[in-house]
Design a protein around this ligand. Structure first.
Ligand code: GRF
Length: 205
């Protein structure tokens, strides 16, 4: 018996989504990935959804008259899958209030820095690591946090430290962070599912 249902939301290559799907398949993550939402067509994450037989939906804001309708459609779609948790995996758009009301404290994100440092709108990919180097930091890391209506500002669930080496470039630093972030995300998701299962009332027979 899987401990819970997970929906993933992605906008890009989908390597994080793939790692989550592999972990769910192998049992490393004791959850079922019940759906994927992508914010645009043609992204790599869709190929992985097909490969793993995971239902997916493409919900692009440009297909809706305004952002509120997109927000509502996103909430309706994800609600159909009845997830216990929603994991953002490279989802680049700001989630709207309707979605967040519906899934309060059920949505998490992974960010490749020690938030609140080096987060916020536009801070993704190499830009994060360039900023870490420019600030002369001796360590960086990864943050898994709850998602709120502001980019990268929700309460942290867990953080992991990653050292900055003397001769690091943004690329080498990005590699070192990438090497550990998927495993870390999966272990934090597993922990969250275990906590949720422990808090669920036992079923009456
Ligand atoms: C990851 O590095 C994650 O930290 C950030 O977005 C990236 C997603 O990469 N939030 P991918 O699309 O899963 O390959």
């Amino acid at each position: 018996m899987k401990t819970g249902k997970l929906v993933v939301m992605a906008s890009g290559a989908g390597s994080t989504f793939k790692a989550i799907a592999v972990a769910a398949q192998s049992g490393e993550l004791n959850a079922e990935v019940v759906g994927l939402v992508v914010s645009r067509d043609g992204v790599g994450a869709i190929d992985y959804a097909k490969e793993f037989g995971i239902p997916y939906a493409v919900l692009s804001p440009s297909a809706f008259a305004n952002r509120e309708l997109w927000d509502q459609a996103l909430a309706d779609q994800v609600a159909k899958w009845q997830p216990d948790l929603v994991a953002l995996a490279g989802f680049t758009l700001l989630i709207g209030p309707r979605f967040l009301e519906r899934f309060e404290m059920q949505v998490v994100n992974i960010h490749p820095s020690l938030l609140p440092k080096f987060g916020g709108q536009g801070m993704y990919g190499l830009k994060v690591h360039q900023a870490v180097l420019a600030a002369g930091e001796s360590q960086t890391g990864i943050t898994v946090h709850y998602v709120t209506g502001e980019y990268d500002r929700g309460p942290a669930v867990a953080q992991k430290f990653v050292p900055v080496e003397k001769n690091d470039s943004a690329e080498s630093l990005a590699e070192r962070v990438k090497d550990v972030e998927k495993e870390f995300y999966i272990s934090v998701l597993e922990e969250l599912f275990m906590r949720k299962a422990a808090n669920k009332p036992t079923q009456q027979h």
